[in-house]
Design a protein around this ligand. Structure first.
Ligand code: SF4
Length: 175
């Protein structure tokens, strides 16, 4: 069977299983299907990248990763961040100075698609909660997206965060 269609079929199956398994779950609850889908997706994307030179990566972040009380408007430009250490946006500014990456805040699927269209990256790295990330990866297929779940220490959609070590680990694999 053609690899493209086999992969597409697998994405469809995973997504269907995810929707079924997610029905009675809270946003904060882990979902094993989502984790397995993400592992499969990231493995598939990294396999496709083998031997290829990646020149530009677009990192998409959810708005809830910014500290809720921060007065600086980073949705239009993350350079407005003052690196106060209250959230990980400052870490992404450091990453931006170390790697050929664009970092954008995507407040929804439409804006995410616009950032991809404007930036024309070789690869997207998306940070989001399980529902947004899984549906985003599924909808965007075959666009290559490396996904990273955000962490939700309190209530969903407020003051979320992400493992910066994981972001560096992936960037070192890419470049
Ligand atoms: S690190 Fe940047 S975005 Fe986060 S709270 Fe501080 S100034 Fe605001």
């Amino acid at each position: 069977m053609d690899t493209f269609f086999f992969t597409k079929l697998k994405y469809k199956l995973y997504y269907f299983m995810f929707l079924l398994s997610e029905r009675k779950k809270e946003q904060k609850e882990t979902n094993r299907v989502a984790e397995r889908f993400l592992t499969y997706n990231n493995y598939t994307v990294f396999s496709k990248l083998k031997g290829k030179k990646v020149k530009k990566v677009l990192i998409l972040l959810p708005h809830c990763i910014q500290n809720y009380s921060c007065p600086f408007k980073i949705t239009s430009d993350i350079e407005n961040c003052k690196k106060c250490g209250q959230c990980v946006i400052g870490d992404f500014l450091n990453i931006k100075s170390q790697y050929p990456v664009e970092v954008k805040i995507a407040t929804g699927g439409t804006l995410a698609r616009k950032h991809i269209k404007d930036t024309k990256p070789d690869l997207v790295m998306a940070v989001a909660c399980k529902r947004d990330l899984i549906s985003g990866i599924y909808d965007a297929f075959p666009v290559k997206i490396i996904g990273v779940f955000n962490e939700i220490p309190g209530e969903p959609c407020v003051n979320t965060t992400v493992s910066i070590n994981k972001i560096y680990e992936y960037l070192q694999k890419i470049f």
